[in-house]
Design a protein around this ligand. Structure first.
Ligand code: CA
Length: 236
């Protein structure tokens, strides 16, 4: 990734008033902006636009934001920030479950949005350029994770993970056997400038368990340490 290249934000939004404000606000911060006015347009333009990040409204005509997110995740790990109206918490959780990296609730200030966009881009850049030090895969129990190749293998099967889940799993496995507090995990994965809901962590843990555990309802690898956080268990 060329740090000097203009980074393109794909804005998927159907409210004209929001679109104008977003285009002006993001361009002023130096981003390129491509707008899609409904879910179908977002999906048909995605490959051509090849965005660095997607800002995705949940409530969209034709194809819903969560379905757009699900479709994009089938082929891309691009950072996705979901936008939902206040009071639609269910959509938010579903959004995270289908692979969004973050969400922001309307009404928001453009400055807050830009901070979130920058944080998400920074995090994706770290993994893409392989700055995570070791090039060798870490193996713990039935899971192997290779931060350089961005590959996770569970019981011999290569498993695709969205960026945030990958980073969370990496932090847990790199510290296997050690309890990681909620604050530490949120800090390491979402950054100390993270403004969002702390439920985001639990949603990501749930998603990781569904991919890593043989019985996600009775986890034996990713353990909840009540009142503290989580621990990736070392096999006995
Ligand atoms: Ca909308």
């Amino acid at each position: 990734m060329n740090a000097n290249a203009t980074q393109t934000v794909m804005v998927v939004e159907d409210e004209e008033a929001f679109i104008d404000a977003l285009v002006v606000g993001l361009q002023r911060e130096g981003f390129g902006v491509e707008v899609a006015r409904d879910g179908a347009e977002a999906l048909s333009n995605f490959d051509r636009v090849n965005p660095d990040i997607v800002l995705l409204d949940v409530m969209l005509p034709k194809v819903s934001g969560t379905d757009v997110c699900r479709e994009i995740r089938k082929k891309s790990q691009v950072p996705i920030i979901m936008v939902s109206a206040k009071g639609t918490e269910i959509d938010t959780v579903v959004g995270l479950e289908v692979g969004a990296d973050d969400y922001i609730v309307t009404p928001y200030r453009i400055r807050e949005l830009v901070a979130r966009v920058r944080a998400a881009l920074r995090r994706s850049g770290v993994v893409e350029s392989g700055v995570v030090d070791s090039g060798t895969s870490i193996n713990v129990g039935e899971v192997a994770i290779d931060p350089e190749q961005h590959v996770v293998t569970v019981r011999g099967q290569v498993t695709k993970l969205p960026l945030k889940e990958f980073e969370l799993l990496y932090v847990l496995i790199a510290n296997a056997g050690r309890v990681m507090t909620r604050d530490t995990l949120i800090d390491r994965v979402w950054g100390s400038d993270y403004y969002g809901d702390t439920k985001t962590l639990d949603v990501h843990i749930k998603r990781l368990r569904s991919k890593v555990e043989s019985d996600p309802g009775n986890p034996t690898a990713i353990l909840t340490i009540r009142g503290l956080g989580y621990k990736f268990e070392r096999p006995v």
